[in-house]
Design a protein around this ligand. Structure first.
Ligand SMILES: [Zn+2]
Ligand SMILES: [Zn+2]
Length: 152
């Protein structure tokens, strides 16, 4: 068995013969797979820029199908959808710190109680009122400091 050439783009292998490989690399099927592969790394802005130079393909948008496929000189892409994606992406890339800070401040105000509340002494449910509890289980008295005692 000879060596095999595996085409990552097309996800298929064949005998590694120069003429066969050359033919494959030129085949429209391979070129399409390669283009799709690289397109998946392009961001929406690049695709939008490319597509905006083309007119929409009437056949594609009317019937949902166009025989020219990716080779069509008209655009098959939903430019509005791309535009939305671009906007989303660019807002991700350039993070507006002031905006974030504003948002955090608003959030803090909204949840003021969480921030301002002092820790509260709470008895587990089912416990009798504090006065009936043994001293060791009673809540700490506020503003009372116990005298330090020297245990001699
Ligand atoms: Zn290929
Ligand atoms: Zn078309």
């Amino acid at each position: 068995m000879g060596r095999n050439y595996w085409c990552e783009f097309c996800n298929r292998g064949f005998a590694d013969i120069l003429s066969v490989r050359k033919k494959h690399l030129k085949s429209s099927q391979h070129l399409r797979a390669k283009k799709l592969y690289y397109d998946s790394f392009k961001d929406a802005a690049t695709i939008l820029q490319e597509e905006s130079t083309k007119n929409p393909c009437h056949r594609f948008f009317k019937t949902g199908h166009c025989d020219f496929g990716d080779n069509c000189r008209y655009s098959h892409k939903d430019v509005m959808q791309l535009k939305r994606e671009t906007e989303n992406n660019s807002s991700m890339k350039t993070i507006d710190i002031d905006k974030i800070n504003n948002w955090v401040e608003k959030w803090k105000k909204k949840h003021k109680d969480i921030y301002d509340e002092k820790p509260k002494y709470r008895l587990p449910s089912g416990f009798p009122p504090p006065s009936q509890l043994p001293v060791s289980l009673q809540p700490p008295l506020e503003n009372v400091s116990f005298p330090t005692q020297d245990w001699v």
